[in-house]
Design a protein around this ligand. Structure first.
Ligand SMILES: *Cc1c(COP(=O)(O)O)cnc(C)c1O
Length: 469
C-alpha cells in the first residue's frame, strides 16, 4: 500500500500550485461579485492533481466494510443483503426527481406507492393505519409514544406519565420515553430471558393509574420470542394503558405472526432493517408507525412532507419482489441461520440462555474464562479474519455479551466459514491469548483507546498553514 496516499487527509496531499481541474470555456461573460460578498482571504482548499484525488478516495472507499464486501453479523441491526433492484427502483427519475412542493395532481404515482406500502405493512403487522413521517426506529418510538400520550389526554387522563420498559430493551426505548417527557419503569426479565410477568403484575398493581404504556420488543433483544404477550396485554389494557411494539426485530416474524393480532396498539417498523435499505454508518432510515383503529387521528406530524421517500421505494420494491409467499421465508431462514451458528459454537462460547432463538442470540463471551480473553478481544480478532464484529456488550444482561444476527441471505458456506473462524479464535485464546489482546493486526488502524476517543473526540482538522502543508 502506498503510504503517501493511504490514510492521509486530502489536505495533507496538497502541493502548492498543483491543479486537478480545468474549467470549461466561459461563454457567458463576467458577472462581478459584490465586494462585500467576497472572501477576505483565499479558501484553504487542497491543491492536488486528478490522479492523486482519484487514488485518495478510491483507497478510502476500499477501507469501507459493508454487506456487499463481507459477512456482517451485527446483532440487533439486521444487516441483511439489500437487493440491487431496490436501488434501481428508488433511482427511477420519475420518482427521484419529485419535489415535495409539486402540485398533488402531479405526484399521484408517489402517493400510490405510499398508500400501497401502507397497505402491505398493515397486512404484515395487523395494524390498519400507518404514518411514514418518522425518519428512523427511534423517531418512530417517539412518534408512537406521542400518539399514546395524546390518547390519554383525549381521555381526560392526565396522570399517565410512566412507561414500562423491560431491562433487556434496546437503549432507544427508555431514551424515546424520556424525550417524550415520560418516566421509565423497568420490568425485570426472568432467567429464561423473557419478561417477568409477576414483576409486571406488581408494577401494575402499585402504579396502574399512572402507566401510559408498556414497550415490548418481540423477538426481544436476546432473540427470544416473548411467550406471555396475551397475558401481558391483558394486564396492561386492564389498567387502562396501551401496548407499544418495538418492531425493529420484525424480520423473523415476517409473514409468521402479527403484532396487531397479539394485542399491540401502536408499533414502529424499521424499513431500513427488515425491508432492506443500506443503513450501515447511520442512515438513511424510515420508522413508519402503525396504530390500531381509532388512534389514527392522533398521529403527530414529526417531519415535513412524507418522510424518507427513497427508503419507502426500496421497501416496497423489496416486498413486491418477494411476494406474499416468499416473504414468509424471510423469518424462517433468519431463524434457521441463527440457530445453526448458535448450536455450532455453544461448546466453546458461553450460551447463558440455551433455547431455540429467533433471528439472533447472545453469547456471554468465551466458555473458558481462565484465559482472560474478553468479548472485545474476540470482536477485534474477527476483523483480522475479514468479518464485521457482532454487537458487543449489549444487551446489558450479561458481562461479556456477544450478539450475533446472521440474517436470512447468507449461504451455508458463509456460515460454516464464520463458525470455523470463531472456533479458531477460541483456540487462539488457549494457545496465544496475546495475539487476541493486541488484535486487530491487519487493519489500517489497530486498537484505539475507546475511552479517549469518547471523552476527547477530535472531529475537526486544524489547517497548519494556508495551502501547502
Ligand atoms: C435498531 C433498533 C432500534 C432503533 O432503530 P433506529 O432506526 O436505529 O433508530 C430500536 N429498537 C431495536 C430493538 C433495534 O434493534
Amino acid at each position: 500500500m502506498n503510504n503517501r496516499l493511504y490514510g492521509n487527509l486530502i489536505f495533507e496531499l496538497s502541493q502548492e500550485g498543483r491543479r486537478g481541474y480545468s474549467l470549461p470555456r466561459n461563454n457567458f461573460g463576467a458577472y462581478p461579485i459584490p465586494q462585500e460578498l467576497c472572501r477576505q482571504t483565499e479558501a484553504a482548499l487542497p491543491e492536488c492533481d486528478e490522479l492523486t484525488v482519484v487514488r485518495h478516495y478510491t483507497n478510502l472507499s476500499n477501507n469501507n466494510f459493508g454487506v456487499d464486501t463481507g459477512f456482517y453479523p451485527l446483532g440487533s441491526c439486521t444487516m441483511k443483503y439489500n437487493p440491487k433492484i431496490n436501488e434501481e427502483v428508488a433511482a427511477m427519475p420519475q420518482f427521484q426527481n419529485l419535489h415535495p412542493m409539486q402540485p398533488a395532481q402531479t405526484v399521484r404515482g408517489a402517493q400510490a406507492v405510499i398508500a400501497l406500502l401502507g397497505r402491505s405493512l398493515s397486512e404484515l403487522t395487523g395494524l390498519p393505519h400507518f404514518t411514514f413521517k418518522p425518519y428512523a426506529g427511534a423517531h418512530g418510538e417517539l412518534t408512537g409514544l406521542m400518539t399514546i400520550d395524546s390518547y390519554h389526554r383525549e381521555q381526560g387522563d392526565l396522570t399517565r406519565k410512566k412507561v414500562i420498559v423491560p431491562d433487556s430493551a434496546h437503549g432507544t426505548n427508555p431514551a424515546s420515553a424520556a424525550v417524550c417527557g415520560l418516566e421509565i419503569v423497568e420490568v425485570k426479565s426472568l432467567a429464561d430471558g423473557t419478561v417477568d410477568v409477576e414483576d409486571l403484575r406488581r408494577i401494575v398493581s402499585e402504579q396502574g393509574p399512572q402507566i401510559a404504556a408498556m414497550m415490548m420488543t418481540n423477538p426481544n433483544t436476546l432473540g427470544l420470542f416473548e411467550t406471555h404477550i396475551p397475558e401481558i396485554a391483558e394486564l396492561i389494557h386492564g389498567c387502562g394503558a396501551l401496548m407499544y411494539y418495538d418492531g425493529a426485530n420484525l424480520n423473523p416474524m415476517l409473514g409468521a405472526c402479527r403484532p396487531g393480532d397479539m394485542g399491540f396498539d401502536v408499533m414502529h417498523v424499521n424499513l431500513h432493517k427488515t425491508f432492506s435499505t443500506p443503513h450501515g454508518g447511520g442512515g438513511p432510515g424510515a420508522g413508519p408507525v402503525g396504530v390500531r383503529e381509532g388512534l389514527q387521528h392522533l398521529l403527530p406530524a414529526v417531519s415535513p412532507y412524507h418522510g424518507n421517500f427513497g427508503v419507502m421505494m426500496r421497501a416496497y420494491a423489496y416486498i413486491l419482489s418477494l411476494g406474499r409467499d416468499h416473504v414468509k421465508e424471510v423469518g424462517a431462514l433468519a431463524t434457521l441461520n441463527a440457530n445453526y451458528i448458535k448450536e455450532s459454537l455453544k461448546d466453546v462460547y458461553e450460551l447463558p440462555i440455551d433455547t431455540l432463538c429467533c433471528h439472533e442470540f447472545v453469547f456471554d463471551g468465551l466458555k473458558d474464562k481462565s484465559t482472560g480473553v474478553t468479548t472485545m478481544d474476540v470482536a477485534k480478532r474477527l476483523l483480522d479474519y475479514g468479518y464485521h464484529a457482532p454487537t458487543i456488550y449489549f444487551p446489558l444482561l450479561f458481562h461479556e455479551s456477544l450478539m450475533i444476527e446472521p440474517t436470512e441471505n447468507e449461504s451455508k458456506e458463509t456460515l460454516d466459514e464464520f463458525i470455523a473462524v470463531m472456533r479458531q479464535i477460541a483456540d487462539e485464546a488457549q494457545t496465544n491469548p496475546d495475539l487476541l489482546k493486541t488484535a486487530p493486526h491487519t487493519t489500517p488502524i489497530g486498537r484505539v483507546d475507546d475511552v479517549l476517543a469518547a471523552k476527547q473526540p477530535i472531529v475537526t482538522y486544524k489547517q497548519m498553514s494556508n495551502g501547502n502543508n
